[in-house]
Write a protein that binds this ligand. Structure first.
Ligand code: F6P
Length: 347
C-alpha cells in the first residue's frame, strides 16, 4: 500500500457521481492506495463520518444515479474551527489526498480549504455545466437527455391542443441545459439568464409564428431567468438556501400566465425540477466520470494538489482551482444565436 485517498461528493447530486467514485476507488486500488469514502460532503469530515471503499463496494454502481456517499450543502468555511476539525480527521485517517467531487459551490470551498493546507483535487459535476475550466461537467449530458425527451413529449400534446407549452428547466445562473436541450428538442423559444429578452420581444416572436400558420409553441425557460429581464418588473427577493443560493420564485408559471393573458392563447406550464437530476447516467456521463476519476487519482499520485481535472477539447487537463473559481462560465452567445436561427420563428 502506498497510502490513503479520501473521496467526497458535495452540493446537489447528479447522475454520474457513482461512476466517478467507482473510478477513484478502482484506479486508486490499482495504484496500491486504500480509499476512504467521506459521507455527506464536507459534513463527513467535520463529523468524522466515513466508509472504507473496496473494489467490492463499488461493484455495480456505474449505472446508478445519486451518490452512494450521500451529499450535503455544508460549507466548511462557515465556522473557522471546522477547518481544524477537517484537518484532524484527515490526519487521523492518514488521508494524503482528498478527491472533492462538486459543482461551483463545492469547488469554491475546496479552493479555500486547499489554501489552508489540505491536499485535494477537484472533479467538476453539476447538471448546470457552468464550471469554468472544463468544457463539460458530470451530469450535464444526462440532464440534457431528460429535458430533450420532455420537449419531445410536450410537442405532441402541444400540437394536438394548439397550445403554448412553457417548460421550466434547471439552471441557476446559466441557461446551458435550456439551450442544449432546447436545440435538441426543437424548441421555438429559449429563455436563459444569460440573455436579456423583453416580454414584448417574446410576444412578437410567438405572434410571428402564429402568423406563419403554426398553431402551437414550445417555450423553454431556465429557472434562473429573471422576471425583471423579461417583464421589466421587479419581484420580491427570493429565499436563499444555507449556501446563499437563491430559491427561485417560479419563472415558468409567471411566464405562462403572462403569455396566456397577452396573447390570448391557451398555455400550460411544466416545471421539470429534480427529475433532471435523478436516475441513471447516460453513457457519455459514465465515460466522462470515469476519465475524471482516474485523472484525479493520477494528480494525487503526482502530488499536484489545489487543482481540478476537466475536459478541454478531447484532452483531460488539470486546472488550478484559483483559475476555476474566479470565472463564471456563461453560455456561448454564438451558440444561442445558432439555436435561434433554427427555431420555428422567423420575424
Ligand atoms: O446547481 C445545480 C442545481 O441543479 C441548480 O440548477 C438548481 O437550482 C439547484 O441545483 C437546486 O438544488 P437543491 O434543490 O438541491 O437545493
Amino acid at each position: 500500500m502506498t497510502g490513503v485517498i479520501g473521496v467526497l461528493t458535495g452540493g446537489g447530486d447528479c447522475p454520474g457521481l457513482n461512476a466517478a467514485i467507482r473510478a477513484v476507488v478502482r484506479s486508486g486500488i490499482a495504484k496500491k492506495y486504500r480509499v476512504i469514502g467521506i459521507l455527506n460532503g464536507w459534513q463527513g469530515l467535520i463529523g468524522n463520518d466515513t466508509l472504507p471503499l473496496t473494489d467490492h463496494s463499488v461493484s455495480g454502481i456505474i449505472s446508478l444515479g445519486g451518490t452512494i456517499l450521500g451529499t450535503s450543502r455544508t460549507d466548511p468555511m462557515k465556522n473557522p474551527e471546522d477547518i481544524d476539525t477537517i484537518k484532524h480527521t484527515l490526519d487521523k485517517l492518514g488521508i494524503e489526498g482528498l478527491v472533492v467531487i462538486g459543482g461551483d459551490g463545492t469547488l469554491r470551498a475546496a479552493h479555500e480549504v486547499s489554501n489552508r493546507g489540505v491536499p485535494l483535487v477537484g472533479i467538476p459535476k453539476t447538471i448546470d455545466n457552468d464550471v469554468f475550466g472544463t468544457d463539460v461537467t458530470i451530469g450535464f449530458d444526462t440532464a440534457v437527455f431528460i429535458v430533450t425527451e420532455a420537449i419531445d413529449r410536450l410537442h405532441t400534446t402541444a400540437e394536438s391542443h394548439h397550445r403554448i407549452m412553457v417548460l421550466e428547466v434547471m439552471g441557476r445562473r446559466s441557461g446551458r441545459i435550456a439551450l442544449a436541450a432546447g436545440m435538441a428538442g426543437g424548441a421555438d423559444l429559449i429563455l436563459v439568464p444569460d440573455v436579456r429578452v423583453s416580454m414584448e420581444e417574446i410576444c412578437q416572436s410567438l405572434h410571428a409564428r402564429y402568423r406563419a400558420g403554426k398553431k402551437f409553441s414550445i417555450v423553454v425557460v431556465a429557472e434562473g431567468t429573471r422576471h425583471e429581464d423579461i417583464a421589466g418588473t421587479t419581484v420580491p427577493e427570493c429565499d436563499r438556501d444555507e449556501c446563499g443560493h437563491e430559491k427561485f420564485v417560479g419563472i415558468g408559471n409567471f411566464l405562462g400566465k403572462e403569455l396566456e393573458h397577452r396573447l390570448g392563447i391557451e398555455t400550460r406550464v411544466t416545471v421539470l425540477g429534480h427529475v433532471q437530476r435523478g436516475g441513471s447516467p447516460t453513457a457519455q456521463d459514465r465515460i466522462l466520470a470515469t476519465h475524471l476519476g482516474i485523472a484525479a487519482v493520477k494528480q494525487i499520485q503526482a502530488g499536484n494538489f489545489g487543482c481540478m481535472v476537466g475536459l478541454q477539447g478531447n484532452q483531460i487537463v488539470s486546472v488550478p482551482l484559483e483559475k476555476v473559481v474566479i470565472q463564471y462560465r456563461s453560455i456561448d452567445p454564438e451558440e444561442y444565436a445558432r439555436a435561434k436561427m433554427v427555431a420555428g420563428i422567423h420575424d
